[in-house]
Design a binder for this molecule. Structure first.
Ligand SMILES: [Zn+2]
Length: 231
């Protein structure tokens, strides 16, 4: 179903992310494949890009510059920034986040939506999950979004000992898409972790290899389907 939706001319994909780098870590290879092989039009909505400034190493313009470079490498046609998360002492406001997601859905009219897993250890990922779930439940999106999926983020999903990400869809990543994902993540030089942690070249490759092993191919990204509508 996934490929048939993406293979439909004019398919529009929206990737909702809390932070600049989540989109590449979670969906980077699949988006590259969707753009280069399946002709999809892909947009990213990054809510709390302000969190990229939290360690003081870079400012908001530099965070956005890195995100635009990364998203361009994997094939995005548009990146929308929410500008939230500038105050490190203030938690994300779920109502602000929900408003941002709803407006992104209205602006882009996607058929396919990717969002965070609600079991991530990073609480801001769960805020984005709830905001996306809430927005997609609105009647105006009841039939227009025919496929909704949750993605995992290495460094956050696997670190919650109380939850388990259970994939229901695997996307095979050819070498070119794995390379694009790795190169896109390299744009986030201030978000790298030392190997063997998840937010590293090693971590990305190890997770992709594990997901590939589950279905008998070399590399995959895996997703949990939360909505599938055959029209
Ligand atoms: Zn994140």
């Amino acid at each position: 179903m996934f490929e048939s939706v993406l293979g439909t001319p004019g398919t529009r994909i929206l990737v909702v992310a809390a932070h600049a780098d989540d989109e590449v870590l979670g969906v980077g290879g699949t988006i590259h494949r969707a753009c280069t092989e399946w002709g999809a039009k892909v947009s990213f909505a990054i809510a709390a890009d302000g969190r990229g400034t939290r360690n003081g190493a870079i400012n908001l313009d530099q965070v956005r510059e890195a995100a635009l470079s990364a998203c361009s490498r994997i094939g995005a046609s548009e990146v929308i920034f929410g500008g939230l998360g500038m105050n490190p002492d203030r938690p994300l406001d779920p109502f602000e986040v929900s408003g941002f997601v709803t407006e992104s859905l209205r602006k882009l009219s996607p058929n396919v939506v990717f969002a965070h897993f609600d079991g991530d250890i990073n609480i801001e990922h769960t805020v984005l999950n709830q905001a996306t779930t809430y927005s997609l439940a609105r009647p105006e999106f009841a039939h227009t979004v025919t496929l909704a999926l949750e993605y995992e983020v290495p460094s956050s999903t696997e670190r919650n000992p109380r939850t388990c990400f259970t994939p229901s869809l695997w996307v095979n990543l050819p070498a070119a898409s794995m390379q694009a994902k790795q190169e896109a993540f390299a744009a986030y030089i201030h978000e790298q972790e030392a190997e063997p942690c998840g937010r590293s070249a090693h971590g990305i490759r190890a997770l992709a290899a594990y997901r590939g092993m589950q279905v008998g191919v070399e590399f995959c990204e895996a997703f949990h389907i939360t909505r599938g509508i055959a029209t």
